[in-house]
Design a protein around this ligand. Structure first.
Ligand code: MV4
Length: 448
């Protein structure tokens, strides 16, 4: 088994990983930038190493410094968390080359899913339904026109090396196609160094529903149900819930069964998320994430399964602790992302947290590395906490969230807590009646 894990991340997820390690009797190494010397995970870890100045490229993305820190401290594994190096196949390879265990899938699987054209081809062959579109990349106008005529407008052109909303063009009709194809290819080359693009039917009012899977190195892969992540602004998720308000048990078992079988056939090991657009009762694969996700706690809350613990177990070569029939879904869970930002304009608000009080009570979980007196640095992501509640019913979660949000004290900075409070009072949200565009409209009405 793994004895000492280097956590190549910061903030709440570094703390989340430390907690799983501590419960498993595994020591931890925190690596941090000069801006994070006073961070909570640095205090709690068994060892800590400063790996560079504040800028992420010089610290949390500094591969030689991270590998050196692992060697100096005697770590035998590295957990990359989310963001930073978590989906960097090159990093996964280097970690393995140094005789260390990368807590995540193989470099090959990361690479396959990082290229969106290859990812789509791969999962389609494995039986997962995909969005209608081009078979592979598109380079010329003639082929593009043919594909679009077949699938019908509007279409969306996406960069193969993009993902998460970067490098996309929506095309309303044939007249716009040629220019937008060229724009997309040029931007893809400039942003990602790869001009490969593909075309899909543009779905107008889908929901974003993703399935959590986890596989081991013994041919097993299970699914842990879905999360509804439709509430997002500029491709940043704001609130996530499990189960989705629009998915029933039969559909969960059917689609979950398809994705778990597909990933077992692929020999996938580690945690992963299969992202779908869901419209008119149909699922369409768009991307796969090969990392632990920010919103994993809602899945943990309805299954009782510690996803980070399972990641560590499977990386160490152990079997998953659960077979599919041991997985039970209980009740509902909702996560509110608390960002150090203005609640409606999203202007960043880093600075000193002067007073801090976390809500508690039955079925309330707060994943955060913030403490009273902590100074939120301006260099990184603005998410400072995740407030997660669970309950028998979705309605119960909404009542519990109202109560917890009111109890939460974060003085000294502006946070998105008032946005969540406004959501709790909205009828569409209360009814679970929202798609991927709903939040932007809600915010437009609020700020106009
Ligand atoms: C789409 C789509 C509609 N149809 N694909 C956005 C993030 C990335 N993961 C994929 N995204 C989308 N892909 C098809 N075939 C809608 C989105 C999308 C979106 C697109 C344009 C403007 C805002 C958007 C917000 C959420 C999702």
């Amino acid at each position: 088994m793994i004895k000492k894990v280097l956590i190549a991340n910061r903030g709440e997820i570094a703390l989340r990983i430390h907690r799983a390690c501590h419960e498993m009797g595994i020591e931890t190494v925190a690596v941090h930038s000069t801006a994070d010397a006073d961070a909570m995970h640095v205090r709690l870890a068994n060892d800590s190493v400063c790996i560079g100045p504040p800028a992420s490229v010089d610290s949390y993305l500094n591969i030689p410094a991270i590998i050196s820190a692992a060697e100096i401290t005697g770590a035998d594994a590295i957990h990359p968390g989310y963001g930073f190096l978590s989906e960097n196949a090159h990093f996964a390879e280097i970690v393995a080359d140094h005789g260390l265990t990368f807590i995540g899938p193989t470099a090959d699987h990361i690479r396959t899913m990082g290229d969106k054209i290859t990812a789509k081809e791969t999962v389609k062959k494995l039986g997962i339904p995909v969005v209608p579109g081009s078979a592979g990349g598109i380079t010329d106008d003639v082929t593009a026109k043919k594909v679009c005529a077949e699938i019908g407008y509007p279409v969306i052109i996406k960069a193969s090396a993009g993902g998460g909303g970067r490098g996309m063009q929506i095309v309303q009709n044939a007249d716009e196609l040629s220019v937008k194809l060229q724009t997309c290819r040029t931007e893809a080359k400039a942003s990602f160094g790869d001009d490969a693009v593909y075309i899909e039917k543009f779905l107008l009012k889908p929901r974003h529903i993703e399935f959590q899977i986890i596989g081991d190195n013994h041919g097993n892969c299970i699914h842990l149900g879905e999360r509804d992540c439709s509430l997002q602004r500029r491709h940043q998720k704001i609130l996530e819930e499990a189960p989705s308000p629009v998915i029933n048990d039969e559909t969960r078992a059917r689609v979950g069964g398809i994705v778990a079988k597909a990933m077992a056939d692929l020999g996938y090991s580690g945690a992963g998320t299969i992202e779908f657009l869901y419209e008119d009762g149909e699922f369409y694969f768009i991307e796969m994430n090969t990392r632990l996700q920010v919103e994993h706690p809602v899945t943990e809350m309805i299954t009782g399964i510690d996803i980070v613990r399972e990641q560590i177990r499977v990386a160490a070569g152990e079997k998953l602790s659960y077979t599919q029939d041991m997985v039970r879904f209980f009740g509902h869970a909702i996560e509110c992302r608390v960002n150090a930002e203005h609640p409606f304009t999203f202007v960043p608000s880093p600075g000193n947290v002067t007073q801090y009080h976390v809500p508690g009570g039955l079925n309330v979980r707060c994943d955060s590395a913030v403490y009273a007196g902590y100074k939120i640095p301006p260099y990184y992501d603005s998410m400072v906490a995740k407030l997660i509640v669970s309950g028998y019913t979705r309605e119960g979660c909404l009542l519990r969230l109202r109560r917890s949000l009111a109890e939460y004290v974060i003085d000294g900075i502006t946070t998105t807590i008032p946005l969540h409070q406004a959501l709790m009072d909205n009828e569409d949200f209360q009814a679970g009646d929202y798609d991927i565009h709903w939040l932007e409209k809600f915010l437009k009405d609020k700020t106009e």
